[in-house]
Design a protein around this ligand. Structure first.
Ligand code: HEC
Ligand code: HEC
Ligand code: HEC
Ligand code: HEC
Length: 437
């Protein structure tokens, strides 16, 4: 009898102990209590209205709204929409004959996207719907319904009737799961063209790729102006240039010079991922632009995306102990890139001047002149790849400076060939821009 009691008692103790361990494990694995983040509403697929998502995730929503209030500028960036044409008037000449010489403003917060595209002087009756592609959280739903081609070719004004939201949750998250996703069909196609299936990216990789929904180089292909990423050969600048040559694409023709020109968009993703130190170390866009912040006991990603120099302690301090040092490095890098960029601009302006003269001279050698034009096209695209990128070189300093060096070299070669084509050494004059002032 005594033996049985001992066995039963031992069994009860073991069961109680197992139960206790079980309860402890269960409690430990519960998600950290987040204030007011119980799913209050069910969010339907492609929900364009961020305020509805905001009912479940008030911290993320409130911080997203702050992108509307930022106004502070930094030396080379920041959140006001200052005019690049006023800051750097050489660009008026570089974009001669093209809409970017009418208006070219710096970017600002995500909440402004819709207003800014609608008020752009570059928008005309002929503007395609394509130009809404990176501006609105209505897009994922519309793409799902009518597809990219219909979306792209619809006139801007007509498509605009279906669009009433700036950039929002649906541009980056899948409703329900909240995972980060590629929502832009042109970007999905751009990855597929390189044999990449975006769904295989890791969570850390997605913290960069989600920005590539919009922050990359693109063009509008064919009559229907279909948004397309020039990534078939890869995303390095030489791959992209080769792609445009294969497709004989041009954005406009430079007046009087006759050069078929390319406009670079904002290749932040391509530049950052071209083996930059941070990219190779596994750092993502969101690490610097969306640092974690605390609200009481809850930790969340700051959705108030802006220049990390405005909150360097948070943005860089998570990894760098000496924040003052790295911030100084940023300004040294940007200063170098900015100065080098101006020299490149001077070289391209000298080339344009020479090509114009050679083109006006009926006895110029047409073969040499065409060679000069191709070098001008290449030089300008490379310069613009750096200029249109948003970090003044910081995202990848060595790569950026190498591109500017190559660009200057091509521009000077273009000028020499134009001079040869016209058999006129006076076309080798340099410093045209300074002599115009
Ligand atoms: C290591 C930190 C870091 C990473 C990673 C990073 N950035 Fe930046 N980014 C910066 C800094 C610093 C600047 C310069 C800000 C300035 O000049 O005010 C900048 C500038 C920008 C700007 C212009 C901001 C402005 O004020 O106009 C954009 C847009 C941007 N980055 C997007 C991206 C994207 C997209 C990625 C990923 C593909 C990325 N960044 C990765 C640090 C980073
Ligand atoms: C749906 C398209 C889209 C996505 C996705 C997107 N951006 Fe942007 N981003 C834009 C547009 C458009 C602007 C310029 C808005 C304007 O000037 O009105 C912008 C502006 C910015 C700026 C400048 C803000 C300022 O105050 O000057 C930064 C920095 C930036 N984005 C970083 C990022 C990062 C980092 C990611 C990824 C986490 C990202 N963006 C994802 C479209 C997008
Ligand atoms: C420009 C892209 C972008 C937009 C727009 C965006 N998010 Fe995020 N969101 C991110 C990124 C990047 C993360 C970090 C995800 C990770 O680390 O896995 C994130 C994380 C989150 C998380 C996980 C917890 C956290 O804070 O890290 C929630 C919840 C969330 N976002 C909600 C929202 C809501 C709600 C909206 C709209 C009000 C929104 N997001 C808009 C890019 C975006
Ligand atoms: C998620 C971590 C992380 C964040 C956030 C981060 N860095 Fe870094 N940074 C690194 C790593 C890793 C390296 C590689 C060298 C090293 O180990 O120090 C690096 C290197 C650098 C270097 C030296 C680059 C070179 O080529 O030698 C500079 C400058 C720098 N970071 C600036 C910044 C600035 C400015 C910010 C904030 C805007 C920032 N970093 C944010 C991780 C980070």
């Amino acid at each position: 009898m005594k033996k049985y009691t001992t066995v039963i008692l031992s069994a009860v103790i073991v069961i109680l102990a197992a139960l206790l361990v079980g309860i402890l494990i269960f409690l430990k694995n519960q998600p950290i209590q987040q204030r007011a983040t119980e799913p209050l509403v069910k969010i339907s697929a492609f929900e364009p209205d961020s305020s509805i998502w905001g009912l479940n995730f008030p911290n993320q929503y409130d911080s997203l709204l702050k992108t509307k209030l930022n106004k502070e500028d930094t030396e080379f960036g920041g959140s006001s929409k200052f005019s690049w044409l006023e800051r750097d008037p050489r660009q008026l000449l570089l974009f001669g004959g093209y809409a970017f010489s009418k208006e070219y403003n710096d970017d600002r917060g995500h909440e402004w996207s819709l207003e800014d595209v609608r008020n752009s002087k570059r928008v005309t009756d002929k503007t395609p719907g394509s130009c809404y592609s990176c501006k609105s959280s209505n897009n994922p739903g519309i793409w799902n319904k009518i597809g990219l081609e219909e979306f792209s070719k619809m006139p801007f004004a007509e498509l605009g009737k279906q669009i009433d939201q700036p950039i929002g949750c649906a541009n980056c998250h899948e409703a329900g799961t909240m995972r980060l996703i590629v929502t832009n069909p042109a970007v999905i196609a751009g990855f597929e063209a390189q044999g990449i299936d975006w769904t295989k990216f890791t969570r850390q990789e997605m913290r960069t790729v989600v920005c590539a929904n919009c922050h990359d180089e693109y063009y509008m292909a064919g009559e229907n102006k279909v948004l397309t990423m020039p990534w078939k050969n890869g995303t390095k600048i030489e791959n992209i240039l080769a792609y445009y040559e294969e497709n004989q694409f041009k954005d406009w023709e430079y007046p009087e010079a006759g050069t078929p020109m390319l406009k670079a968009q904002h290749p932040d993703f391509e530049t950052f991922t071209a083996d930059s130190t941070h990219f190779k170390a596994g750092v993502a866009c969101a690490d610097c632009h969306m640092p974690y912040v605390r609200d009481g006991s809850a930790k969340y990603s700051m959705h108030d995306i802006h220049s990390p120099l405005l909150n360097a302690e948070l943005a860089c301090g998570a990894c760098h102990t000496d924040v003052g040092y790295v911030v100084t490095r940023v300004s040294e890098i940007q200063e170098q890139v900015s100065t080098t960029k101006i020299s490149t601009e001077d070289a391209i302006i000298d080339a344009i001047t020479a090509i114009k003269s050679a083109a006006a001279n009926s006895s110029s050698d047409p073969v040499l002149l065409d060679k000069a034009r191709l070098l001008h096209r290449k030089a300008q695209f490379m310069w613009d790849f750096v200029s249109a990128e948003n970090s003044m070189g910081f995202h990848n300093p060595e790569y950026t400076l190498k591109i500017l060096a190559d660009s200057t070299n091509y521009a000077r070669q273009a000028q020499m060939l134009a001079s040869q084509a016209a058999n006129d050494p006076s076309l080798l004059v340099i410093g045209v821009y300074d002599s115009m002032k």
